[in-house]
Design a binder for this molecule. Structure first.
Ligand code: GLN
Length: 277
């Protein structure tokens, strides 16, 4: 294999850190991206600072560093993101799984045991919610739904080893049969158009983040049909923005549910559970 005489591991990492100087995680990202390109772990790099890379490896690495320097999220560069108990495949077709959403998984698993259930994840994106629930509860039938084919392609990769997770294409609840679902879960788009947070999220699909009606349009669409799709003792579980719990509680109660709110791991209101009343 041809080696590039100018590129030792230590010199490449030094160069990359300079290119990433405006990013807080420059140090870590430089090392992890080189480890990714070389197919090794980080400790391998530390043990061999004077080893040389091939010119192909150097070029691939510097291409990834350029993308990171332009603000592209780390997860999209390595096509992977940890969530709950697994590594999920991620690409631009779906939102990157967030630690906040693990709270929703905790709440659902604490509320329901092993008895068979039909669970529907609306706006599944990468499929991280549906797959995590299906793996934790093999007796459940979990349906992962999205309107977008790009998102379903990502979810398909993530769900292929999980036989009790089935993908469906649906515009929220339009393709779902009446009285067929025990639990609806959803992390829908909930950011208001023009919200300043969106500036940091420009690489992710905006349709997975932004909702009309000041961030509430997806909840409105789901709540319109939730009562008819759920079984008589059915439950819905929503992730929401940290300032949305009061208004969403009003909406969920107006749709015929009693509502209980939960905090996320940073102590912010983040999840709402509605039970048919
Ligand atoms: N929690 C995400 C964020 O603020 C947004 C997720 C969503 O809109 N569903 O980055």
């Amino acid at each position: 294999m041809e080696t590039d005489q100018s590129a030792t591991i230590a010199s490449l990492i030094r160069h990359a850190k300079n290119l990433l100087h405006s990013i807080d995680s420059a140090h870590l990202d430089s090392e992890l991206l080189l480890a990714h390109v070389l197919g090794v772990d980080r400790s391998w790099l530390f043990a061999r600072p004077t080893s040389r890379c091939t010119s192909e490896q150097k070029d691939s690495y510097l291409r990834l560093i350029q993308r990171r320097a332009s603000g592209e999220p780390f997860a999209y560069l390595v096509n992977q993101q940890p969530f709950w108990e697994d590594e999920f495949f991620v690409s631009e077709g779906a939102l990157i799984p967030r630690p906040d959403t693990e709270r929703l998984i905790e709440i659902v698993l604490a509320a329901f045991g092993d008895e068979p259930k039909t669970v529907l994840d609306l706006g599944t994106g990468s499929g991280c919610i549906a797959v995590s629930l299906a793996k934790a509860r093999p007796s459940w039938s979990v349906y992962a739904s999205d309107l977008e084919s790009d998102a379903l392609a990502v979810a398909k990769k993530n769900s292929k080893a999980t036989p009790n997770c089935t993908l469906i294409q649906s515009d929220w609840l339009k393709a779902i049969r009446p009285s067929s679902v025990d639990v609806i879960v959803s992390n829908p788009p909930y950011i208001a158009p023009g919200d300043p947070h969106l500036a940091d999220l420009s690489f992710e699909p905006q349709r997975a983040l932004v909702a009309e009606q000041n961030g509430y349009s997806a909840y409105t669409a789901i709540l319109r049909d939730a009562h008819s799709v759920l079984t008589p003792s059915g439950t819905l579980v929503f992730e929401h923005g940290y300032e949305q719990q009061a208004e969403l509680t009003t909406m969920v109660e107006a749709a015929g549910f009693s509502a209980v709110g939960y905090m996320d791991l940073s102590g912010l209101p983040r999840v709402l559970v509605g039970t048919r009343s």
